[in-house]
Design a protein around this ligand. Structure first.
Ligand SMILES: *Cc1c(COP(=O)(O)O)cnc(C)c1O
Length: 438
């Protein structure tokens, strides 16, 4: 995982699509020297010589996590044992971390919990939304989403639609969404930032259009929380779920989060009525009585060690609050993704940019497509210590996490990509074996 090739300036040859001039590496270094967020990188364990452009899939390990997890294991579990449910605050961890994530996405204290996975939380909120929409009008039988949504979201919706007698209607382009919102629609279920292209929806505009059509709206924030500013209340969202292990740096398989607008939260029991979501779990009564507020979206015993690790990840984002918070992180994220996209477009005319060029429509990632060589090019980059990923069928995906990436990382990654293409090294057989996780 070392960079052996010296990084040279791209040669001054005529480009097929000279959209932007290539910038010199010194330009990126100057941006880093002036970057007020640069110290935040120290909060992470980053292997040397690695450029990590996959924080949108698995965030980097925070420096604080190992010691905190060790403390939970050795002291809270090892010594405190069962007493730690009270003495170490294990019983309220889900709410405490939920309150921290709420600050990143425009929710208020007491409105969010961490629990289960994004898939499971989506099941809970979609089920709730279908029931609420039907309370208002039994003629509403349709769930609208996008064909390009992340598959687990579509699978959960497909199964629930079948079970509850709804129809799942998928549109092929974001532009087709408004027209799909008619008076038969119960729920609009969208992912804010598309996992494959990085295209970002206008959350406020679509939420308003859904409400004007009489539908409720669910937002999946898997590629938004900790990546772009989100204002759930300002956008009048009804439900939101999201992921702990991507931009929140919570660790592999970290618990997810769930938010329900306070107007809806007590109108329905979510269907996974477990004892931790009961109003009084330790009364051990045979009949279910839902807890007040968002706590009813908890199901079973929380995974304490995983939640403790997630808190360390969320804290790396809250550490940016004195430096301008999500707005400052967003500005840096856009600068990184723009720099990378411009350099790659200038140096790699073989690739097609599939992420929006317009900053307002781009999340925190940049994707290019190539019909044949996307997979082996990503493998060749990984061998050079530049980690992005491949998303079938033809996408090279690069995530930009402003907490720990430098402008020079974006510049170097683009230069590696140019060299991989120019040298033909992506054709080597070892880069052409498809592995299980891409
Ligand atoms: C990553 C991601 C998920 C992941 O769901 P899990 O239940 O954690 O596996 C769900 N939805 C979207 C849009 C994602 O990007």
């Amino acid at each position: 995982m070392t960079m052996t090739q010296p990084l040279a300036r791209p040669p001054a040859r005529p480009l097929a699509r000279p959209l932007t001039q290539s910038l010199p590496r010194s330009h990126a270094l100057a941006l880093d020297a002036a970057d007020p967020l640069a110290p935040l990188r120290d909060a992470f364990v980053l292997p040397p010589d690695l450029i990590y452009l996959d924080g949108n899939s698995l965030g980097v390990l925070p420096r604080a996590t190992a010691a905190r997890v060790q403390q939970v294991i050795e002291q809270e579990w090892g010594t405190g044992l069962i007493r730690s449910w009270n003495s170490a605050g294990w019983m309220t961890l889900a709410q405490r971390i939920g309150d921290k994530i709420a600050r990143l996405v425009g929710a208020r204290p007491g409105e969010m919990v961490v629990a289960d996975s994004t898939s499971v939380n989506l099941f809970k909120v979609l089920s709730a939304a279908l029931t609420l929409a039907q309370d208002d009008s039994s003629a509403r039988r349709v769930i609208v989403s996008e064909r390009s949504n992340f598959p687990t979201d579509l699978y959960i919706a497909e199964a629930l639609a079948r079970e509850r007698g709804f129809e799942l209607k998928l549109v092929d382009t974001p532009e087709a969404l408004p027209a799909a919102l008619d008076d038969r629609v119960a729920v609009l279920m969208l992912t804010h930032v598309n996992y494959r292209t990085g295209r970002m929806h206008d959350m406020a505009a679509l939420s308003r259009q859904a409400h004007e059509a009489g539908a409720l709206v669910i937002w999946d924030l898997a590629h938004s929380a900790g990546a772009v500013p989100v204002d759930l209340h300002g956008a009048q969202a009804d439900f939101a779920v999201g992921c702990g292990y991507k931009y929140l740096n919570g660790g592999p398989g970290a618990p997810a989060f769930v938010w329900v607008h306070p107007d809806h939260v007590e109108r329905f029991w979510q269907p996974l009525a477990g004892w931790i979501g009961h109003a009084a779990p330790f009364e051990f009564t045979p009949a279910y009585r839902p807890a007040a507020g968002i706590a009813r979206y908890l199901v079973g015993t929380p995974p304490v060690i995983s939640v403790a690790a997630l808190e360390c990840g969320v804290d790396t984002l809250l550490a940016a609050e004195p430096l301008g918070g999500m707005a400052a992180l967003r500005a840096k994220s856009l600068a990184l993704s723009r720099l990378f996209a411009d350099q790659v477009e200038a140096g790699c005319p073989q690739l097609t940019l599939v992420s929006p060029r317009d900053d307002a429509e781009r999340g925190s990632q940049v994707c290019f497509a190539h019909p044949q060589m996307a997979y082996p090019v990503v493998q060749a980059l990984i061998a050079r210590g530049v980690i992005g990923d491949f998303r079938a069928p033809d996408v090279l995906r690069f995530g930009f996490t402003p907490l720990y990436l430098r402008h020079v990382d974006a510049w170097d990654a683009a230069e590696h990509l140019r060299q991989v293409l120019a040298s033909g090294e992506w054709q080597r057989p070892e880069f052409n074996h498809r592995q299980a996780v891409t």
